[in-house]
Write a protein that binds this ligand. Structure first.
Ligand SMILES: Nc1ncnc2c1ncn2[C@@H]1O[C@H](COP(=O)(O)OP(=O)(O)OP(=O)(O)O)[C@@H](O)[C@H]1O
Length: 267
């Protein structure tokens, strides 16, 4: 991004592979609001990495900049060693994204949308058709394949966007709130798919508010608040013997000690 950063990010000492994602000095403001205030982060290749933080912490802004959707004010990002902002096409080929709040082509059917994502990635038609079939089946969307995405529920929309993110079998999946609005059976299926993907060498980054899920599913976590990284590392190291939820509250604070809303009590 700036001339002070290298175009390639090398493997760390003792490793042959660069991290799946490296972030240095990432910063973004919106008017007077500093959303991301100089974040550094390394996501090891082959990890299942969670980004957690309170509402407004800067998670979506950081992930948007890390994946080439939002231009940073300062800092640099590399995906598997490739500079996202200097070599966007090369970097984006390596990634699958489930962004938060980005409009889909919702006048397509679910099947058309996922096929379109595969064809855009340069895949041949037969492979696209085969993978669309598999993805719709495993995400329990086969019966709604011909329904327009605009008529999907929130959870169905999340699942079809996830299918579109995965169809080209990327090396890195970046998923902003992948389980939001998704029913428990579909969530369990998605967890199995992601765990399998990680055990075969892929890397997943998820943002989530569900600490229990992160503790069970992920091996690494970064806690972000106020645009800063408060803690990052393996889940075990970050939670330090406490539950991740307790550690999160300790790090982030903000539990409300007042007597609550007296006027809301019915007796
Ligand atoms: N386009 C924008 N214009 C102005 N302010 C923004 C914009 N996008 C984000 N912000 C602000 O930046 C801060 C970080 O927002 P962000 O969406 O990154 O937080 P988050 O951690 O993803 O939150 P949540 O958990 O609620 O989704 C917030 O204060 C938000 O109001």
């Amino acid at each position: 991004m700036t001339e002070n950063f290298p175009l390639r990010f090398d493997a760390p000492a003792g490793s042959t592979k660069p991290p799946a994602l490296s972030i240095r000095g990432l910063r973004k403001h919106f008017g007077a609001k500093v959303a991301v205030d100089g974040i550094d982060l390394d996501v090891p290749a082959g990890s299942f990495y969670a980004l957690v933080g309170p509402n407004g912490a800067g998670k979506t802004t950081s992930l948007s900049m890390a994946t080439g959707l939002l231009r940073p004010d300062a800092g640099a990002v590399w995906v598997h060693g490739v500079d996202v902002w200097a070599s966007p096409l090369e970097a984006k080929r390596l990634m699958g994204l489930l962004p938060d709040g980005v409009r889909l082509f919702d006048r397509l059917t679910g099947e058309q949308l996922v096929s379109y994502a595969g064809l855009l990635r340069g895949m041949d038609k037969d492979t696209v058709a085969e993978r669309v079939h598999d993805l719709l089946a495993v995400l329990d969307l086969a019966k709604d394949a011909g329904t327009l995405v605009v008529d999907y529920s929130a959870g169905m929309t999340k699942k079809i966007a996830l299918a579109a993110a995965m169809i080209h079998a990327p090396k890195l999946l970046v998923l902003d709130e992948p389980f939001e609005s998704v029913d428990p059976v579909s969530a369990a299926n998605i967890r199995d798919i992601l765990t399998d993907y990680v055990s075969s060498g892929g890397t997943v980054i998820v943002s989530s508010h569900v600490m229990d899920l992160v503790q069970r599913m992920c091996d690494h976590v970064a806690v972000i608040a106020g645009g800063h990284v408060l803690a990052a590392g393996t889940v075990e190291a970050v939670r330090g013997g406490q539950s991740l939820e307790d550690k999160f509250v300790e790090l982030v604070g903000g539990r409300n000690q007042t007597a609550g809303l007296k006027w809301l009590r019915s007796s």
